[in-house]
Design a binder for this molecule. Structure first.
Ligand code: SAM
Length: 337
């Protein structure tokens, strides 16, 4: 069983739960893992080169990280948001500013390089005792693995496409030419329901807001290989809230040993959104060499009322199953007025 130190404080409408060190759960269902390969963070894997007046050279490829602990957190939250939002009849517009590939083969040389999926989806795959929201997450991953063996991992675009209805709309942005071509091919028969735009998602979002149905979910999931991404996330959200104040906005960010990563939640709390929720999952201690992704977070503006409950059920389990050492833990804080 998870043992947890719970520190729950309530100030006005603001709540904060911070749980540290539940410790890794002994998981009998865990796939056999190879010796812990370092999890390079997104920046280290990308090592982009920038010149002041040129666009960045994009070398980040999500294929190296597909299905890792950060994808588990991000996609479990995304699936909950989509499940909630499709309950209403009115069409939903889903925008993915950094869509990546639709699907990843886990036996590709990229995915196998550090086999990050083994310490992410691999630890959940065979479990039958997970809380309901994680069961819903697993169902979406199972949908791309009909044989019951974990071979593929869906990207956010594919997850949204399989959960949204015919009347809903997907608008996908991807800047990397190989990824955007792949996405365009993948969705070439989807018709007007799915439009893939090869270009900058921060800029592209402006043209979509407000959506015609006035119901929208935006996923902002940059690679952060350019540290300006942190400020662009904030500025994009500020602009988006002016255009469409009632949209649901979900931002993923890495927890790494970088000032910008630690400052991002504080910056986002200052945005003029009516409500926000911040969830963090730490899987291990920061590494001695200063590199590596030891956790990640999701910051959601205008979250549905069901999200705090979902996270309270899910995060203790994820910290236990995905935790790699005694530093594993989670955090939930919100301002829901
Ligand atoms: N959202 C995907 C998922 O959950 O499966 C993963 C996306 S990956 C973390 C980030 C993607 O953003 C990469 O494919 C990268 O090429 C792309 N990218 C980087 N900068 C971008 C930008 N300014 N606009 C659009 N896409 C960008």
């Amino acid at each position: 069983m998870l043992s947890a130190l719970l520190d729950l404080r309530m100030r006005n409408h603001r709540t904060r739960e911070h749980v540290v060190a539940p410790g890794p759960e002994q998981n009998p269902h865990q796939l056999s893992l190879r010796p812990a390969a370092g999890l390079p963070d997104r920046r280290a894997a990308a090592s982009a080169t920038f010149q002041p007046d040129r666009p960045p050279m994009l070398s980040y490829r999500h294929a190296f990280h597909a299905g890792n602990h950060a994808d588990v957190l991000k996609h479990a939250v995304l699936i909950h948001l989509l499940n909630y939002l499709v309950q209403k009849d009115k069409p939903l517009w889903y925008a993915d500013t950094h869509a990546g590939a639709a699907i990843h083969a886990l036996d590709s040389s990229a995915a196998m390089k550090n086999a990050e999926f083994e310490s992410g989806i691999g630890r959940l795959w065979s479990r039958t005792d997970l809380p309901v929201p994680l069961g819903e997450y697993l169902a979406q991953v199972r949908a791309v693995n009909p044989g019951g063996v974990l071979r593929c991992y869906p990207g956010s675009a594919r997850i949204a496409a399989q959960m949204l209805r015919e009347k809903d709309r997907l608008r996908l942005f991807e800047l990397h030419s190989t990824e955007s071509r792949g996405l365009q091919e993948y969705f070439c028969h989807a018709g007007p329901r799915v439009i893939v735009q090869a270009g900058d998602g921060f800029d592209g979002l402006k043209s979509l807001l407000p959506p015609p149905s006035r119901r929208g979910l935006v996923l902002i999931d940059p690679s952060y290989e350019d540290k300006r991404d942190y400020l662009r996330v904030r500025d994009t959200l500020r602009d988006a809230l002016q255009r469409f104040a009632t949209g649901v906005y979900a931002v993923w960010y890495p927890v790494v040993q970088r000032r910008e990563s630690h400052q991002l939640p504080a910056m986002l709390k200052k945005l003029p959104a009516r409500n926000w929720l911040h969830a963090g999952l730490t899987v291990k201690a920061p590494s001695a060499d200063g590199y590596g992704l030891h956790g990640s977070g999701m910051f959601v503006l205008n979250p549905p009322w069901t999200l705090p409950g979902m996270l309270r059920k899910t995060l203790p389990c994820l910290a236990g199953v995905l935790g790699q050492d005694a530093h594993a833990g989670y955090q939930i804080e919100s301002d829901l007025s």
